[in-house]
Write a protein that binds this ligand. Sequence first.
Ligand SMILES: *Cc1c(COP(=O)(O)O)cnc(C)c1O
Length: 455
Amino acid sequence: MKQIPNKVYLNESDLPKQWYNIVADMKTKPSPYFSAKTGKVVSASDLEAIFPKSIIEQETCTDRYVDIPEPIMDMYRMMRPSPLCRAYRLEKALGTPAKIYYKYEGNNPSGSHKLNSAIPQAYFNMRDGIKRLTTETGAGQWGTALSVAATYYGLECTVYMVKVSARQKAYRRMIMEAYGANLIESPSELTEAGRKILKENPDNMGSLGIAISEAVEDAAGRADTNYALGSVMNHVCMHQTIIGQEAIKQFEMIDDYPDIVVACCGGGSNFSGTAFPFIRENLKGGKNTRIIAVEPSACPTMTKGKFAYDYGDVAGMTPICKMFTLGHDFMPPGIHAGGLRYHGMAPLVSQLYADGCFEATSAVQSDVFKAGLLFAKNEIIVPAPESCHAICGAIKEAEKCKETGEEKTILFTLSGNGYFDMLAYDKYLHGQTEDIAYDEKLIEQSLAKLPKIEM
Ligand SMILES: *Cc1c(COP(=O)(O)O)cnc(C)c1O
């Protein structure tokens, strides 16, 4: 029998040199963005107030592959390839005949896959003459990734961090400051959006929606400043496709190929990065891999939401796009997987789901943490609470294999590590984790307020 190593790496020379743009292969092309102000299709010049030209080009690009510039490859090489690992001990603990692999994206200084897009976003802004970036962060992973990338390319970085998160996750704030970022607790007195909220309620502890509004306002108001978003948009999903492309090459090296691919889904970027190259193989390469997205039961965007036009943020400042949504003012309950608490889903992921290219399922918090701890005890890494959703989905499939005796190959993406999320584990371990179901009434109310778009 061929001995398969625990970890499969690639030679640097085998790293993907292009991003994969799934738009080229989609049966139904994604719908255009509409302006919240004018109700018309958003033009490139509308976006120029907050994004650089090269990112706007990528957002509407229809080429199948986009070259990765060499200065980006330089930084990718500092942290990539990410290993493809075989979870031998987890398989044994489950007693499953399935082969479980995971692609580990937490082995970089930011601790998650988000650096894969922060690097190109910082680079293209620098190349287009921008000096300063703004963004928002909730759980803190995206703010950390952008702080790392901004400092590498010599940009200033201002992060509006949801106040309640900044207080609860002080180490996240500290690491961003260590990388040189300017940390602002949101809502702040620095923007009109923030001042308005604080005037109504000085004790407002913030939300992702408010932080987005502040970061966008800051960027729109200064010529040397742009805004960067960590998920949802087409260019972000495309940047992440190095994950799946690497995985396909790594499976080639060990002469295997996944029957099932699993990833967690918040805004959809790590799912896109993992799944799009495999969806391409299904569509064009004659493969038949089952692809599964796992979302939290408390924020069930694809499994319970509607495929409709909606705003990307609470204040309605961002363009309107067609996506699976729970309604832009749906406030997901305070589950511990902060990165999965988003009312919408990437338009590309949404369209592919509507076209039946993959399955979606949901998981409750207690199952998610149970899966995460079983993984940690067997595979040593403490996973991010978001990533635990993918583990939970993969374990379910491995357990089915145990019943049927099928020796399937399962791949999931371990999108990040959980070392800044120990408070969440602490709560779970001490019986303070609630299984919050979604509130059907609230979703219904929020879906009644979708913007009307006439096409
Ligand atoms: C942000 C985050 C997610 C969710 O975001 P996506 O855009 O859906 O990938 C998942 N895992 C980790 C570790 C994250 O930081």
